[in-house]
Every structure is written in structure tokens, then in C-alpha cells.
Write a protein that binds this ligand. Sequence first.
Ligand code: SF4
Ligand code: MG
Length: 319
Amino acid sequence: NLKKHFPLKSKHMFSKDKPVLKAVDGISFSVQAGETLGLVGESGCGKSTAGRSILKLLEPTEGEIYFKGEDITSFRGEKIRKLRKEMQIIFQDPYASLNPRKTIEKIITEPMKIFNIPKEERNSKLERLLDVVGLNSHHKHRYPHEFSGGQRQRIGIARSLALDPELVICDEPVSALDVSIQAQVINLMEDLQEEFNLTYVFIAHDLSVVHHISDRVAVMYLGELVEIAEVNELYSSPKHPYTQALLSAVPETNTQQEKQRIILTGDLPSPANPPKGCKFHTRCPYAEAICRTKEPKLKQVSSDGQMAACHFVKEVVEN
Ligand code: SF4
Ligand code: MG
């Protein structure tokens, strides 16, 4: 039931309700060791905020976060520092996330220095990391601007692996890259997952990017989860109208039949002032009166654990 609300400045100084932006508003999910969970939704839906909250880069407003069975919600200071060894993040923008004044060697070995890992170990780790991400020893004395976007993301990935983390939150790691480079980086991340036993939360704004790499996919809309399912289930039989709309926008390469394109009407509402009832009702082609007043709960909708939050999807009760 993770929530992250950001306070907003009130226009009415004396109003009692303090306005908040409900970036993440009560989401629950689990990620198994070795799994990749795709976390998808339009920009502003709260997926990055969710990722950063899991890592404790942001303080959650409400709810709990467990890592390997331990409640880390109230971790502070040194305990969070130790967590950094086990949980890392890869950022969307390799241009902005690498310090332009540092060499590749400095950038990649910095996390190890912070944890007082001896120099020899740092150096041998550096060579190995350069190698596994497809760079080499000649690159280490160069600066970020000397590399292409794809190479910079490889550097960011190498740095994220410097401390042998178990969980890596990948926050749109390929969104800033050319389409031709995206597949290479995704393939690399899959190889690394095997080699280093990594667990991924892979954040993306479009469903085509996470299809290949994910085991399960969770779809967010305005701070809430609207659907979560095993990857093939979600792509072959999406249950929530929002997932259906996102999928119908994905260009298909092997179409047997023309897909019915669902066009979403209206803009994405502001998370500072989300619609009542089902938050999707202002754009949903199937909305009825009940959708404007009653919020649908995330419920199990297929016998294999697919869950969706919509009044008109039939609940399946497992026995
Ligand atoms: Fe659409 Fe209503 Fe289902 Fe929401 S609850 S997704 S508005 S049909
Ligand atoms: Mg984001």
C-alpha cells in the first residue's frame, strides 16, 4: 500500500485541506528474486516515484517496503547506506547522470571507493565491468562526452553493478536512446541479469519496450496499479481498458489481423486533482455511471493470477 504524496502550495491560505500531489497512491506488488517486473505507464503516472521510493531515495508517505523479508520502510542513515550495496538504480538519461568532469574509471569505481573496497579489487572489478558491458580498458581514461548515448548507458549500467547489487531499478534506461540502440541495451541487460543474478524493476512508458525483458508487467495510471499480470497473459489478453488502449497503440510487426485501435480521448488528468471514482473514467470508452463514483479495486481476474481494477471485469476466485 505504498503512497508518496507531495505537498503543493495552497492557493487559499486559510483552506483546511492541504493540497497534495498523489504521485503514488496505494500500490502493492511483489518482485521475486531473479525476476523482471515491467512497470509501465504514461509520464507522470508515478512509476519513477514508485521506483525511487522502493530504493528509499524518497521517503514514502504511507505503506511498507520489504526487501528480502525485512521491513526497510523506516531505515535511515547507515542502514540505507548498506542497502545501496544491494539495491541500485540505472537512470533514464545517461547524459545527465554521468559527471562530465570524471573519467570512466572514476565514475565506475566511485561506489566501490565509498565502501572502502581495496584498490586492487576495484581495478580488477573495473576491467571486468568494462568487459561485460561491451567496453574495454582503453576507454577508462576517457570522459563521458567522448562516448555515444548507447555507450554512456553502458557506463551507467557498469557503475550500477560495481557493488554487486541484487535488485536494480531501471528507470527508463533506454527511453533516451535511438530505437536502433534500444534493443542492444535491452539484450545486454538480459545477459547481465543472468551473469550477475539480478532482479529488475524495469520502468518504461511504453509496453513494446518491456515486452521482451519482463516476466510480469504492472500497469500504472495516475498513481495506482490498474493491471498486473504475467507478460504473455497481459499482451494476449489485457483485461483493463487502459492496458488495452496502451497495447493497441503498439505497432505490431507480425499482425495476422488488424487490431482495433483504441484512441484515448481527453488529456491525462492532473495527479493533483484526479477524477473521482475510477481515475480512468474521463478517458475510458466503456465508462458508465458507477465509474464516476465508485473506485474499482484491484482484483484477481484470471485463474493464473492476472489482476485488474475495473468494475466490468469479472472477478475470478481461486479455490
Ligand atoms: Fe473504464 Fe469503468 Fe472500468 Fe474504470 S471501472 S476502466 S471507467 S469501465
Ligand atoms: Mg519517469
